[in-house]
Design a binder for this molecule. Structure first.
Ligand SMILES: [Zn+2]
Length: 86
């Protein structure tokens, strides 16, 4: 049986386009629902690439709480989520 998933379109904060969003919140905590409703799947993929680059080049460890804070700050800037006090 063929299952077709329909993903709701989001008005993306980064690329400013109405594009398909993610199927589920990609992160636990407060950022998950924000990203789900405000970031398109393409921009999220761009961030995953950027995050991988940061982890490799700046030795940021997602398992370290201090490093995670830095990564989330970079993420919110990268995805343009910092406006409007989120
Ligand atoms: Zn986008």
């Amino acid at each position: 049986m063929l299952t077709l998933r329909t993903v709701a379109s989001v008005s993306c904060r980064r690329c400013r386009l109405a594009k398909p969003g993610l199927e589920a919140a990609p992160l636990p905590g407060k950022w998950g629902p924000i990203i789900l409703s405000d970031v398109c799947a393409d921009c999220w993929r761009d961030w995953i690439e950027e995050q991988t680059r940061l982890i490799n080049h700046e030795r940021l460890l997602p398992s370290d709480p201090e490093h995670r804070k830095v990564l989330y700050a970079r993420m919110s800037a990268f995805l343009n989520l910092t406006a409007e006090g989120v």
